[in-house]
Structure formats: structure tokens, C-alpha cells
Design a protein around this ligand. Structure first.
Ligand code: KG4
Ligand code: ZN
Length: 406
């Protein structure tokens, strides 16, 4: 009986060549855990077994932004329930009949989670109860992001890697925003220009040699980036000025549907400069001054708020598209890849399609599904897959708040 089981196991592993990846993402205010079935060799498709995001928006809404210490506490609270949901959805959550004795591993777990006391309290009953799932690789965002938040994910990943003895690969969050576009693409024509626009970053990146072989080795060059605020941050700060809730991007884009841009004139900072850098803090200041000049009654007027929203969105979209088109021409890129929370913006994608059609015939445009634009574990899983040969000992892992893609 035992022999037959072993043979069947062997056939499964050699014929299908699939690996299961568990990914953990806590770089900002979303706790993301995904389980991905990925081809071991080139050619197969990805199969998403689960992708659970536990959002902290309700907590941060009251304050109009993310407070790192509060976000860290929320990650500690949410990460095990999020893992349980991800395992359940992937049909991988199984409980031991009787609690597993873990006393021999307790002191190491305590060391790993020394700075995450809330998480330590929750992890011991979980590990005692939960059977080791059939995970081949753990991958976690090591940076960039909010340092206290990154540490929760990194330490949690270390604890699981140590306890279950599963290899671990740390990944870059910006690269994840780009590589999530591989979910439904086997190959991407190169060179490509990637525009990563999130709450913390705005970067134009040249992607030269890519992981077409679905192996590590992508070659990135940052062509330009914001000198001050990120595009998403500008949406968020503008929303706060207008008395709208956090996060600002989705609210401003919704209100913008009710008006045309151009009734109010806001600046497009750095739109005509020769470099690929951005600056959005001047736009934020212009929004503040314009708003402060309005009588109190107008400041609350729905039509005025809609016109401001439309113009704010258009100013940001204009700058992002102009610079990306310029970079694509300058580097003869074959593909434009969009990523990051702001890539959820409908106008940005629609206007990109039109501008690419007019100016860059033949250039392919890739953007993620809305759920994969904002932070999630799936993007981390795909990136971990490309870097699957770069495993590390869990002892080597640390959070790197200012990590750069190149
Ligand atoms: O990538 P992300 O989830 O987190 C970071 O890595 O920062 O991006 C969050 C940002 C926020 O600033 C949010 O306002 C923005 O993405 N965002 C949007 C939209 N949805 C989210 N910005 C514009 N339009 C949207 N529909
Ligand atoms: Zn992000």
C-alpha cells in the first residue's frame, strides 16, 4: 500500500511539474496572501488557488491616510486569518487531530517574532493545530514600503519557513507591480517601458532582458521617478484638501465622471521637461491654493467638487501619459506595462489606449485587472516564481524600506 502511494506521488511530481507558492505582502495597508500553482518549467499556465486581501481602509479612513504604527498592528491582527482564508479557498487548510507538540521550536519562534508580540500570541495555537500544507516555496515582499509593515510580513514568512521547513524567496514590491502583468501572458515583447504608479511610487522603468524564460534575471533601469509626491499620494492628498475620504484615487475618479476637465485650470508639472522625472507636490499646492480661495459655500458644492476632481485626474493623467509615450519612443519599446494602485484608474487606461493608437502603432499595452492593480499577494507570488532559484535561509531575510528595483 505504501509503495503504491509513493509511486503515485512520483508520477504526479514528474509529469505535471507544478509548484505551489505561498505569497505574503504587507508593504503598506493591505494584508495580502495568495496561493499560486505555477509551472515548474517554461510553458504552463499559472493557476490562482487563492488571493485574499484584508484591507485596512476602514481603520485609516478616519485619519485621512496610513499611520505606519497602526497599520503594523492591523497586519499582526489580520495576517493569520488572511492566511487561513487563503488556505481554505485553496482547499489546503487541514487540522491535526491532536495538537502538534511545538515546544522544541518555541524559543526560535519567539526570537523571530520578538518585535511582533500580537502575532506571536496568535501563531502558536495556529501552528499547533494546522497541518503543514503542500507548499513548495514561500515568497514575501522585502521592500520597498513602510518599514514596520514590511517587518510583519517578513517575520511571519520567516516563522513559517522555519517551522514548516519551506524555502523562502524575498521579492521587490515594484517589480511585483510590473510582473503581475504576466498572469495571462507567457511572453512580453521587449524592450518594454513600465510605468509604476502607486501611493508610494511613481517610476518609469526600462525593462530590457526579461524573465521570458520564466527565470530570474530581469534587467531593469529606472529612467525617471517622482522628485516629491507619488501620483497616488497626490490623489490622496487632493482628496483630503477637498474633504473627501481616503484613499483619494477611487473617490476622485468616481466624482470626475460627473464633470468635464478644463473648467478649472491646474498645472501639469514637468510635463515638457526632457527627462523622465515627475513632480506632483506643486500640483497638490495649486489644488490647495485654488480651493482655499473659494467661498465656503462653493467649497462644498457638488458641481465644484466634480469639476475639481475631473481636472485633478486629467492633470495627473496628462503628465503620466506624455512622459511614458516619450520614453517608449526614445527607447523603441515594443510594450508599455502599467502597474500599481493608480493603474486601477479607468481614465488613465482609456486615454493610454487612445494615445498609443495615435502615436505608437504596434506598441502593445498591458495593464492589470483592477483587483491586481492595488496591493495583493498574487503579484508577490508571480515575482517569487520568477526568482524561484534565489532562495535564502530565513535567517538572512530583513525588511528593506528603501529597496530599489535597479
Ligand atoms: O499600489 P497601491 O495599492 O499601494 C502602494 O504600493 O502604494 O496603491 C495605492 C494608491 C493610493 O494612493 C490610491 O489612491 C491609488 O492607489 N488608487 C487610485 C485608484 N485606485 C487606487 N488612484 C487613481 N484612481 C483609482 N481608481
Ligand atoms: Zn503597491
Amino acid at each position: 500500500m505504501l509503495k503504491i502511494e509513493i509511486i503515485q506521488d512520483f508520477i504526479y511530481n514528474t509529469e505535471l511539474n507544478y509548484m505551489i507558492i505561498l505569497a505574503i505582502e504587507t508593504s503598506c495597508d493591505d494584508t495580502g496572501i495568495a496561493i499560486l500553482e505555477a509551472p515548474d518549467k517554461k510553458g504552463g499556465d499559472f493557476s490562482v488557488l487563492s488571493n485574499i486581501v484584508s484591507s485596512q481602509i476602514e481603520v485609516h479612513k478616519k485619519y485621512g491616510g496610513v499611520f505606519p504604527a497602526m497599520a503594523k498592528r492591523e497586519h499582526q491582527k489580520n495576517i493569520i486569518p488572511t492566511l487561513k482564508s487563503a488556505l481554505t479557498e485553496a482547499k489546503m487548510l487541514k487540522n491535526h487531530n491532536s495538537p502538534l507538540p511545538i515546544s522544541n521550536k518555541l524559543s526560535t519562534l519567539k526570537n523571530i517574532l520578538e518585535r511582533e508580540p500580537e502575532l506571536l500570541k496568535k501563531i502558536t495555537p495556529f501552528l499547533k493545530k494546522c497541518e503543514k500544507p503542500a507548499i513548495d516555496l514561500i515568497t514575501v515582499t522585502e521592500g520597498p514600503g513602510l518599514e514596520p509593515c514590511l517587518w510583519v510580513g517578513v517575520n511571519f514568512a520567516k516563522a513559517l519557513s522555519f517551522f514548516w521547513d519551506i524555502p523562502i524567496v524575498p521579492v521587490n514590491h515594484i517589480e511585483s507591480h510590473i510582473l503581475v502583468n504576466y498572469l495571462n501572458q507567457k511572453e512580453i515583447a521587449l524592450p518594454a517601458i513600465a510605468l509604476v504608479v502607486s501611493g508610494g511610487h511613481t517610476q518609469l522603468i526600462l525593462m530590457n532582458k526579461i524573465p521570458t524564460s520564466r527565470q530570474a534575471g530581469a534587467n531593469y533601469k529606472i529612467l525617471g521617478e517622482t522628485r516629491d509626491d507619488a501620483a497616488g499620494e497626490c490623489f490622496d492628498k487632493a482628496a483630503k484638501i477637498l474633504g473627501l475620504e481616503y484613499p483619494g484615487g477611487p473617490i476622485i475618479s468616481k466624482l470626475a465622471e460627473k464633470a468635464e476637465p478644463g473648467r478649472i485650470n491646474l498645472p501639469r508639472p514637468m510635463i515638457d521637461t526632457k527627462n523622465y522625472d515627475f513632480s506632483f507636490s506643486g500640483l497638490k499646492t495649486a489644488i490647495l491654493y485654488y480651493h482655499q480661495k473659494q467661498p465656503k459655500k462653493i467649497q462644498k458644492n457638488k458641481q465644484y467638487i466634480a469639476e475639481m476632481s475631473a481636472e485633478i485626474q486629467q492633470a495627473i493623467v496628462d503628465v503620466l501619459i506624455k512622459k511614458t509615450i516619450k520614453a517608449t519612443k526614445d527607447f523603441n519599446a515594443k510594450t508599455i506595462i502599467l502597474g500599481g494602485g493608480v493603474s486601477a484608474n479607468h481614465e488613465l487606461k482609456t486615454q493610454f489606449v487612445i494615445k498609443i493608437h495615435e502615436n505608437l502603432p504596434g506598441v502593445k499595452f498591458l495593464f492589470p485587472e483592477i483587483d491586481h492593480s492595488t496591493d495583493n499577494g498574487l503579484m508577490t507570488a508571480i515575482t517569487g516564481y520568477f526568482h524561484k532559484t534565489r532562495t535564502k535561509n530565513w535567517k538572512e531575510l530583513e525588511a528593506k524600506a528603501n529597496l530599489r528595483i535597479a
